[in-house]
Design a protein around this ligand. Structure first.
Ligand SMILES: Cc1cc2nc3c(=O)[nH]c(=O)nc-3n(C[C@H](O)[C@H](O)[C@H](O)COP(=O)(O)OP(=O)(O)OC[C@H]3O[C@@H](n4cnc5c(N)ncnc54)[C@H](O)[C@@H]3O)c2cc1C
Length: 418
């Protein structure tokens, strides 16, 4: 008889484990306590709008993602490289376009003259980009124990450049309000952004886990199955014990301890408030104690995100930023966010309808300056566990951790056969 493995959790890590095991000839069963697959990568269809649970993008430069997904098959479309930044000066909001000078040389040169920041800061960004792209990924992962903010200050960036550009972008990625995340993670993400594109699948972010589940076969996935691991080989499924040759926990048992949280507001707008396919960063979020970190219009990138004649506007608010302002409930957050949006886009915001206000708690694992991010996902000697918490909080971290765990499981199963 063939060997059997149980995977607990049908997030991206659990599904990737199960698929790799199936491809190695193992009989694998996945148990998921919720009524859907995908874990934190879910998309809800609300009146024809595709609402991802928290603003999510895939990065084409992530090496494991490249091996795992067919971006073309996902119908992926990319954001423009670079970003827009909005700041209020006197009564008017001013918008700047910061293009990537290497991929969009003409617009990039114009960014250098648009007065958002000093040419020295733009040169520093160009230098930073070439620095983080060089060398092996190991160097990115293994070197440096500063926070992201300290690392940027040490590279000569002014505090105002950090607050107005890096803060809204990276606080919205790390989902924390101080750029206290390890410099290693900063360099990793910046490298990936400068080497590839940020993309959205045609059917929403849930298309990523779904593509794994399609290859695995849904008959191997048991939804609404909260299981308990009794020992290395036994699961309690409902009121029955089931034996396996190995059990993989593909979830973080301490996820509730993670403090990183985010509010995501989705609006139905008659037309897009942005003139280009960039993400809009709020340059005032740190310096003027504002709420919104960034705004995206997913339907500008992927028209399938909104019904014809509508645009989907998605607003990201870092949970800690809201907490700092004493805002803790949906209504306060919504009304303050709408005021900020009106100060940039004017009365058109009155025509927008709120589709959803999502509060995603325990969103990402903590990766502080001294947490020693490494190239190799963590593993335990006496049990099999995987997920982004064993590496770093991203699709890439979850996939890499799954690959490593499967390798470990296959080696153990091989030994038990001989
Ligand atoms: C708001 C937000 C935005 C993000 N943006 C990005 C982004 O833009 N790019 C990016 O790369 N990453 C992003 N991430 C991170 C990415 O979503 C995660 O790193 C990834 O989804 C983690 O996958 P996972 O399989 O490790 O864990 P999870 O997705 O948490 O999956 C664990 C699964 O295990 C199940 N489970 C737990 N306990 C049990 C049990 N006892 N029995 C059965 N099932 C159980 C859970 O229900 C869950 O389905 C974002 C995350 C959030 C929250």
């Amino acid at each position: 008889m063939g060997q059997t493995v149980a995977v607990i959790g049908a997030g991206i890590a659990g599904l990737q484990c199960a698929l790799l095991l199936k491809e190695s000839g193992i009989d694998v069963q996945v148990f998921e306590r919720q009524n859907h697959i995908g874990g934190r990568m879910v998309t809800e269809n609300v009146n024809g709008f595709l609402l991802d649970h928290g603003f999510h993008v895939m990065q084409t430069a992530y090496p494991t993602s490249q091996r795992t997904f067919d971006f073309e098959l996902l119908g992926a479309e990319a954001f423009e490289p670079g970003a827009l930044v909005v700041k209020k000066s006197k009564k008017k909001a001013k918008f700047w376009r910061l293009s990537d000078p290497f991929r969009r040389p003409i617009q990039g040169m114009m960014s250098g003259m648009n007065g958002f920041t000093s040419p020295f800061n733009l040169l520093r960004i160009a230098f930073l980009r070439s620095k983080v792209r060089r060398g092996s990924l190991s160097n990115v992962y293994l070197e440096g124990d500063e926070t992201s903010e300290r690392w940027l200050l040490n590279r000569g960036f002014s505090k105002s450049m950090i607050d107005q550009f890096f803060h809204p972008l990276f606080s919205g990625i790390f989902l924390e309000n101080d750029l206290r995340t390890s410099e290693r993670m900063f360099r990793f993400v910046f490298r990936m952004m400068s080497k590839g594109d940020m993309i959205l699948p045609k059917d929403g972010i849930a298309a990523a886990p779904k593509s794994l589940a399609d290859s695995l076969g849904f008959d191997r996935i048991h939804l609404n199955s909260s299981v308990e691991k009794i020992d290395e080989f036994t699961l309690l499924v409902g009121d029955k014990h089931q034996k396996f040759d190995a059990i993989i926990c593909a979830h973080n048992p301490y996820r509730e301890e993670s403090k990183r949280h985010v509010w995501t507001l989705h609006f139905d707008a008659p037309k897009s408030p942005l003139k280009s396919k960039h993400i809009l960063l709020n340059g005032d979020v740190k310096t003027k104690n504002q709420l919104i970190a960034h705004v995206a219009v997913p339907s500008d990138i992927q028209p399938s995100y909104a019904p014809l004649g509508h645009s989907l506007v998605t607003v990201t608010i870092v949970g800690e930023a809201a907490q700092k302002l004493g805002l803790t409930n949906e209504h306060e957050i919504q009304s303050r966010a709408i005021n900020e949006l009106k100060s940039w886009f004017g009365s058109q915001v009155d025509t927008w309808k709120v589709l959803a206000v999502q509060h995603i708690e325990h969103a990402l694992p903590e990766i502080s300056a001294n947490s020693g991010l490494s190239e190799d996902p963590n593993t335990y000697e006496d049990s099999f566990e995987c997920g982004d918490h064993m590496m770093h909080g991203s699709l890439e971290g979850a996939l890499l951790s799954a690959e490593k765990t499967v390798q470990q499981v296959l080696e153990t199963l091989e030994k038990s056969r001989t």
